[in-house]
Design a protein around this ligand. Structure first.
Ligand SMILES: O=C1O[C@H](COP(=O)(O)O)[C@@H](O)[C@H](O)[C@H]1O
Length: 477
């Protein structure tokens, strides 16, 4: 569904369906919805339960379908691509809208909507883009299946696909379905033709796909991932290496490298969205930052700073991360206390986490947070934020900020951002030094052990490791 092609009322509904406030201009609404849909493509986001007036919704959908039918019938053939995309987006919207009406009330209109989609496809000769691997703002329409052999897989119709959509569970499964379209396959990793002997596909490490062919035992690794965009198409995105390691001579250089990266990303963020959303950790990172920030050339007034984790203690306690920033950072640069989103005081970890998530939501206008940068540390046990090895919070998928009351590292009560938030950031930057981190760095970066730190894999962001040569003694630069 292409947000640009929806009407104001469609946008209102799509926002409401996601629990996002719909105030603002049509452009604001589009921007909010686009941002949220980008997240939905990357992570599983649950939709709130909507209270609707069934009859009213059915009436609205019916009117929209009648209008769209009129447009399809009166359009020329083949239909212009723009027209096709506009009507398709609006039909998909109606389909989404009907999904919130329970069965069987919605059945006849769902049927009608699917018929119109079929009809629309027949009216338009769908062009297969030369290389669908190039990310475009518009969904790539699924090309018609091309049979390569007599016994090529039988293609499910659009209608079946629509129905199956909600049952596709994994990217693997999605890929399996998508590979049936040669147009998509040819866009995968420098032209990989559909091989009728394709026997199996398996996911490796979240993004690599192994294509296994009957004809030869070779396994072919594709550094490509396919993201299901909507029922109207897929987006194929190349995954380029996104891991950067800098090994410095000493700790001072860590701060210098950190300063350069922070300057670049903060200025980029301010020029694109007029704010720099930064998440900071506690521990040794604070020392690096206190030396790095004074040399950063940026508009500090545009910074909004969150804590990746915070200990549930009073601000004057030595364990308080905000307390440590007050002592060591605020005052050295043009940042004031109000720019730090602070944990509520005098409450339990549970209440503090809920409150922190609400504050975060306000700052991100109700949308799923996309941090410009998270500055992270790594504990000697491989923890990051307050996400500890083997802890159930590693699997947390719905909370943005979670409480923890059994932290293995004192103090036990803390709040922490969770992996869906971490892995939605644009830059995740680790900074560390010293012998105490060397062994763990090897286990994370070379042995790739499953530890909290290893799970920092932002879906569309970069990971930077800035370490001194003592910590990085097992790594090659
Ligand atoms: O407890 C914590 O530890 C980690 C790592 O700290 P470090 O001193 O070993 O760098 C830190 O990133 C986290 O914010 C903190 O709460």
């Amino acid at each position: 569904m292409d947000v640009n092609r929806l009407l104001s009322d469609d946008l209102d509904f799509e926002l409401k369906r996601r629990g996002i406030p719909n105030e603002g201009t049509v452009d604001d609404k589009r921007a909010k919805l686009r941002a949220r849909m980008r997240v939905e493509r990357e992570v599983n986001v649950s939709f709130p339960k909507l209270v609707i007036d069934t009859q009213e919704q059915l009436q609205i959908c019916n009117t929209k379908l009648v209008d769209l039918e009129g447009e399809i019938v009166s359009s020329g053939q083949p239909m212009a691509q723009n027209e096709y995309k506009r009507i398709k987006s609006r039909l998909i919207h109606v389909y989404n809208r009907l999904e919130v009406v329970s069965q069987p009330d919605n059945e006849s209109l769902v049927e009608k909507c699917l018929q119109l989609l079929d009809c629309l496809d027949q009216k338009c000769q769908i062009a297969v883009p030369e290389n669908p691997a190039v990310v475009s703002e518009d969904p790539v329409p699924l090309p018609e299946p091309v049979s390569h052999e007599e016994d090529a897989p039988v293609m499910p119709s659009w209608r079946e696909e629509m129905r199956r959509f909600s049952t596709w569970e994994t990217t693997e499964e999605t890929m399996r379905v998508m590979l049936l379209w040669s147009g998509i396959t040819s866009g995968v990793d420098r032209i990989m033709p559909l091989d009728p002997g394709l026997d199996d596909i398996e996911m490796v490490e979240d993004s690599d796909l192994h294509l296994i062919f009957q004809s030869s035992p070779t396994t072919c690794t594709l550094t490509t991932t396919i993201i299901l965009q909507s029922t109207t198409g897929v987006r194929v995105r190349k995954i380029t290496p996104k891991m950067h390691t800098i090994i410095t001579e000493n700790e001072l250089e860590i701060s210098e490298e950190l300063a350069k990266l922070i300057e670049k990303v903060s200025n980029e963020s301010i020029s694109t969205h007029n704010v720099f959303y930064l998440g900071v950790s506690g521990g040794s990172l604070i020392t690096f930052l206190s030396k790095a920030l004074p040399s950063v050339n940026t508009d500090f007034s545009k910074w909004k700073i969150f804590f990746n984790d915070e200990r549930v203690v009073t601000v004057d306690d030595n364990d308080s991360t905000f307390g440590a920033y007050k002592k060591n950072v605020i005052g050295k640069v043009a940042l004031d206390e109000e720019q730090f989103v602070q944990m509520k005081q005098g409450v339990s970890a549970d209440v503090a986490a809920t409150d922190y998530q609400q504050q975060m939501s306000l700052h991100f206008n109700g949308s799923f947070p996309v941090f410009d940068m998270l500055l992270l540390g790594m504990g000697p046990d491989g923890h990051t934020c307050s996400l500890f090895p083997g802890h159930r919070l590693l699997e947390e998928e719905s909370l943005w900020v979670a409480p923890i009351t059994d932290s293995p590292k004192p103090p036990p009560a803390r709040i922490t951002i969770t992996f869906p938030i971490v892995n939605n950031a644009r830059y995740c930057v680790f900074a560390m030094s010293g012998e105490g981190k060397a062994e763990m760095l090897k286990r994370v970066l070379i042995d790739k052990e499953d530890l909290p730190v290893t799970r920092v894999k932002p879906k569309s962001g970069d990971v930077w490791w800035i370490v001194d040569k003592t910590a990085g003694k097992y790594l090659k630069n």
